[in-house]
Each structure stands twice: as C-alpha cells, then as structure tokens.
Design a protein around this ligand. Structure first.
Ligand SMILES: NC(=O)c1ccc[n+]([C@@H]2O[C@H](COP(=O)([O-])OP(=O)(O)OC[C@H]3O[C@@H](n4cnc5c(N)ncnc54)[C@H](OP(=O)(O)O)[C@@H]3O)[C@@H](O)[C@H]2O)c1
Length: 370
C-alpha cells in the first residue's frame, strides 16, 4: 500500500521546499500507532532542519499532525481505532516517516487524545481567532509546543507542581506570543501556580493576560528590561527565552539581574558562553538550561542531533505527566490564533516560507490534509 507525503526536494534559497511523492505505508510495530492525518501545523524546526543541514533531500517534512488512529500496534494501551489524536514526532529526518503525509507512524506515548474535537468543525482558509482545541486544525497546532513547554516548565525549571508552595515564585517568559510562549504561559500559571511575567507586542497583551500572564511588557519599549526588573521584584526563579536569539538571550539574562538564584532556559541550545556576563552580578547563582523537545520523543524516531542523547528519565517523567495531566489541562487550554491555508500537502511550502520569513505573530499556520 502506498501513500502521499511531501518530501524535501528544494532549497533554502528558493523557498520551494518540497514536492509530493509516493512512499510506502509502514507496518505498525509494537508500541506504536498509525494515524490517518486530518490536519497539519508547521513549526520553525521544519525549515531549520534544512538550514542546519539536518534534513536531507527526500526526507518527509513536518512535526505536528492531528487525525484518527488507524491502526494500533501490539502492547499499546489507552488508544483504539478511530480515536481523535494529536501528535508530535521528530520529522524532517526520515524518508519513510514525517508529519506531512497521509498516514503517520508514531509512538503511543508521544500521542495525545483530543476528545474535544468536533468532527463537523472545519476551519475555512483564512484567519481564525484563538480558542479551544475543538477542531482538528486546533489540535494540530498544539502538540510540539505543548511538549516543549512541558520539558521546560515541568522538568528544567525544577519548580514543583505545588501551587501553594509556588505562590511567591515568579517566572519570566520572553516571547509570550510565540506558539511556545502561549502554551507556556498557560502551563506555568495553571499547573504550577507561579506569577508569570511575559514580553510581547502590545496587540497581544490582553490575550496573554487572559491566558494567565500577570504582567505583559512590550519588548519594543526602550526601557523593557527595567520594566521587567521592576515587575519581577527580585523574585524570578526561572526565565525562559522562547525566541532564543543572541539578543533575546542577553535580554533574559539582563532582566533577571537582582533575582538570585535563578535558572535561565532557552529553546536553541544557547548557554553562558553566548552571553556578555555582568561582573557585578553573582553569576554562580545563575544556572543555565537548554530545552529540546526531541529528548522526550522516543529513540525509535531517530537521532536527536546537536550532540544530545535521548533522556530516558525525562521521557519517563513526561509520560507520567502526560497520562496524569494532559486530559484535564487540554479541556481548558487555548490555542494561538490560527492561520488556515488551503487544504493539501503542498501548503507546507507556503507554511514553511511564512515561518522562515518571520511573518507570523501570535499564530500557528495550519491546514487540512484534503
Ligand atoms: N528546542 C525545542 O525543542 C523547540 C521547540 C519549539 C520551538 N523551538 C524554537 O523556538 C522558537 C519559537 O518557536 P515558536 O514556533 O514558538 O515561534 P513562533 O510562534 O513562530 O514565534 C513568532 C513570535 O515570535 C515573537 N518574537 C519575535 N521576536 C521577538 C523578540 N525579540 N522578543 C519577543 N518576542 C519575539 C513574535 O512576537 P510578537 O508577535 O509579540 O512580536 C511572534 O509572535 C523557534 O526558534 C523554534 O525553532 C525550539
């Protein structure tokens, strides 16, 4: 049996990423599920795999998908044929499996049940405001960002899931309107109960406050760092840079001066060596973390890259968290705005280019399989 997939054939320069090709439908090994795709979402990692030379020509593009469970591998509990699910996988590295194809093979623990999807709700191409996860498009928008934020806040932060104990703790999310930030704010405020200070363009402030941010500061303001320090009152225990370029990483460090000890995390493997350290600060009290979602994607999906190995401890903790908390959390969670492209695998080309050119703001790019 064969299926269609969009595979890398183009180049970074042309903006023409992929072409639709026929590939085989894999057998379903023990512990895995085969999911019939209904909707896809694009992530920056999909084009960055090409830019960083990690994705090669012929690899299937894509990391986020939502659809129906088509087949259940032996030994899998908790899923049955026909379940509505969303999943993230380490795509862009394999010629046989990625997210943007008809049938996606995925490890059961990396799959999330989305009972709240209304199958009759089909979002038309165009802009849609943020909302609940009640459509396949919304479900596709969530898995990678949510899993990434789970690694950052529930593992790297070291903050216990104890709202009472966390009442006086404050976290900073630089880039509150990234897809990661939108889910991170909700996770930090609802599950950890910490005070959240975020940065974002002014147009997003009301929405981010609705999601649980206590204070939102426009990062374009000349005195943004001073505003953050004042709002943080020296109580930052954790700060995450969801944008993770040289300047935002430096800003995160500068804005947390006065809070000690504090842990700084980012999503693009930055560390202390990427900072101008302030000699007047107690830098021994600043800890550095790097969040990489692929650490919780089972090894069966291929090499992680960046010289990093799978983290079994983290994978097990994520799976425990996922089975205990995702179901109730997902009933309340709100998505970014959704920009819906026209149906079909080829919309991946437009989606990746919008992300590469930095044209998204507080939104996820999603589209239907057909
Ligand atoms: N390590 C991992 O496992 C992992 C996982 C997911 C993503 N990532 C990486 O994390 C980054 C974010 O991914 P994403 O999909 O969440 O992003 P995204 O939604 O594509 O980010 C777009 C947003 O970035 C915000 N932004 C741009 N420059 C900013 C700045 N200087 N300060 C604050 N906000 C700024 C904009 O906010 P405004 O609209 O407010 O201006 C915009 O809404 C990407 O680099 C991605 O590759 C890594």
């Amino acid at each position: 049996m064969s299926q269609e997939a969009i595979v890398f054939t183009g180049s970074l320069e042309t903006g023409q990423w992929g072409e639709v090709r026929k590939i085989g439908v894999p057998e379903v090994p023990a512990g895995m599920l085969l999911v019939k795709a209904v909707a896809y979402a694009a992530n920056p990692t999909d084009w960055k795999h090409v830019a960083l030379g990690m994705g090669k020509k012929g690899d299937v593009i894509g990391s986020d998908v939502a659809g129906y469970v088509e087949k259940v591998g032996s030994g899998v509990n908790g899923f049955k044929v026909g379940d509505k699910v969303g999943l993230t996988l380490h795509g862009n590295i394999s010629s046989v499996n990625g997210a943007f194809q008809d049938y996606v093979l995925v490890d059961a623990p990396a799959t999330v049940l989305f009972d709240g999807i209304d199958e009759s709700k089909v979002l038309s191409p165009g802009s849609h405001g943020p909302g609940a996860i009640d459509s396949f498009e919304a479900a596709a928008s969530a898995p990678l960002s949510l899993a990434t934020m789970a690694v950052s806040f529930l593992y790297n932060s070291g903050i216990p899931m104890d709202k009472e104990a966390n009442k006086d703790k404050t976290v900073l999310i630089w880039g509150g309107a990234t897809a990661a930030g939108i889910y991170g704010i909700q996770l930090a405020s609802r599950l950890l109960g910490v005070k959240v200070i975020a940065t974002a363009s002014r147009k997003h402030h009301d929405y981010l406050k609705l999601l649980g941010a206590n204070v939102v500061i426009d990062y374009h303001d000349a005195d943004a760092i001073e505003q953050i320090k004042a709002a943080g009152e020296g109580k930052f225990v954790y700060a995450l840079d969801t944008v993770s370029d040289a300047s935002t990483w430096q800003s995160l460090y500068d804005a947390t001066k006065g809070s000690s000890p504090v842990t700084l995390d980012n999503l693009l493997m930055l560390n202390a060596g990427n900072l101008r350290l302030d000699p007047s600060r107690d830098n021994d009290d600043v800890k550095f973390k790097q969040t990489l979602v692929y650490q919780i994607v089972p090894e069966s999906q291929g090499p992680i890259g960046f010289g990093i190995n799978a983290n079994k401890d983290l994978e097990a903790k994520y799976q425990q968290f996922s089975s205990n908390h995702w179901a109730s959390f997902l009933q309340q969670v709100r998505t970014p705005a959704l920009t819906v492209l026209k149906p079909g695998l080829l919309s991946a080309n437009e989606a990746l280019d919008l992300l590469r050119l930095g044209k998204t703001s507080g939104e996820k790019i999603v589209w239907r399989h057909n």
